[in-house]
Design a protein around this ligand. Structure first.
Ligand code: SF4
Ligand code: SF4
Length: 107
């Protein structure tokens, strides 16, 4: 999982609105980044089939992750609605990064 996390830090944290100009995460110890928290599950989903249509992966994420995430209540997620979930916000870049690591294009 370390290689994925490292690539995520380089490719996602660097553009995340919750990072400093140097790409260092500014979340406090009391806050959780959904990208980091759910990364093993997202990697598993991306590995379960291949598609160039990232919305197909996102559909599975909603079923397997969002449905059990404590931020979602009755099918509505306040973080999603406020564009405040990092997993949701950068999903295409996250999938692309995982696939690039798998193809040996990132290390
Ligand atoms: S919130 Fe998540 S994606 Fe954003 S900088 Fe922090 S660790 Fe990276
Ligand atoms: S979009 Fe909402 S329910 Fe889905 S992972 Fe992010 S915070 Fe959780």
């Amino acid at each position: 999982m370390d290689k994925y996390l490292k690539a995520i830090k380089q490719n996602v944290c660097s553009i995340c609105v919750d990072s400093s100009e140097r790409g260092v995460c500014t979340l406090t110890n009391k806050e959780t980044c959904a990208v980091e928290f759910y990364l093993p599950s997202v990697v598993e989903i991306v590995h379960s089939f291949y598609s160039e249509d990232f919305s197909e992966y996102h559909k599975i994420v909603k079923e397997k992750i969002c449905a059990y995430c404590k931020a979602e209540i009755d099918g509505h997620c306040y973080l999603h609605e406020d564009a405040n979930c990092s997993l949701d916000r950068y999903f295409p870049v996250i999938v692309e990064t995982i696939q690039k690591v798998d193809r040996g294009l990132l290390n």
